[in-house]
Design a protein around this ligand. Structure first.
Ligand code: 5GP
Ligand code: MG
Length: 229
């Protein structure tokens, strides 16, 4: 797989073709054979690449969308901004489980200012009065009064979850609440929400991997994949 890919996309592959072209008269028959090999590599690469870039999670197929390298690079940039903006704030990072566990871990490795991190979980139940889903915050043992809180989320879709979490946190009188999210789907947003740190804006498609799940599966993937419809 790797050989096919490097011959086709790599510098060596292009050089080889140039050399073949230059000496085509002297090499005659060999050139044809090598061109044939080159084409074979090209098609093998395409086939293998497609397979490598696709995963099946439960009963659905997903295509590679954000590579682990791209994710790390963009997280580094966001962390840099946080380090600059919150240097004197002694922030408390609140990672929302389960989805944000990978993002929170990688983000925190790049945050170099004095800070604390804690984890919360949101439990959903059907509200009796409003008719909508109410989410209660569990696991928040830290006092957040007077503190700068940075909520760390995996994805903001309609924004309702985040809106409810912020409302709940605000009753505890923090000095300021900021939001850091790995993914944001601007087209899906249904409420007013200010996001301070967004690693990627993405289209309104279903994604898995890097903490995000499909029916509990796929959280362990190191890249983010998008559903093939
Ligand atoms: P919201 O309340 O913003 O509509 O939704 C937030 C929650 O919905 C996220 O924390 C996540 O659990 C789930 N969610 C929204 N979009 C996606 C998606 O594309 N993939 C996955 N795996 N979960 C999503
Ligand atoms: Mg989430």
């Amino acid at each position: 797989m790797i050989i096919g890919r490097s011959v086709f996309t790599g510098y060596e592959g292009k050089q080889a073709v140039l050399v073949l072209y230059k000496y085509r008269k002297k090499m005659g028959f060999l050139v044809v054979v090598n061109y044939f090999n080159y084409l074979r590599c090209f098609f093998l690469t395409v086939i293998f690449k497609q397979n490598m870039d696709q995963v099946r999670v439960k009963d659905k197929d997903f295509r590679l969308f954000l590579s682990a390298e791209t994710i790390q690079e963009n997280i580094r940039l966001v962390a840099k901004k946080i380090n600059e903006e919150l240097v004197d704030k002694n922030p408390l990072f609140l990672a929302v489980l389960n989805g944000s566990f990978m993002f929170a871990a990688d983000l925190m490795k790049q945050v170099t200012i004095p800070c604390q991190i804690s984890f919360v979980k949101l439990a959903s139940y059907e509200g009796m009065q409003s008719g909508g889903t109410i989410r209660e915050v569990f696991g928040l043992s830290e006092k957040i009064e007077g503190r700068t809180v940075v909520v760390v989320e995996d994805i903001v879709d309609s924004g309702r979850t985040m809106q409810q979490l912020i409302a709940s946190l605000e009753t505890r009188n923090p000095e300021e609440i900021r939001i850091a999210t790995l993914l944001f789907k601007p087209e899906a947003l249904q409420c007013e929400l200010h996001l301070d740190y967004v690693v990627f804006e993405i289209p309104n498609d279903f994604v898995v991997g890097y903490g995000l799940d499909y029916d509990g599966y796929g959280r362990n993937l190191k890249d983010v994949y998008t559903l093939i419809y």
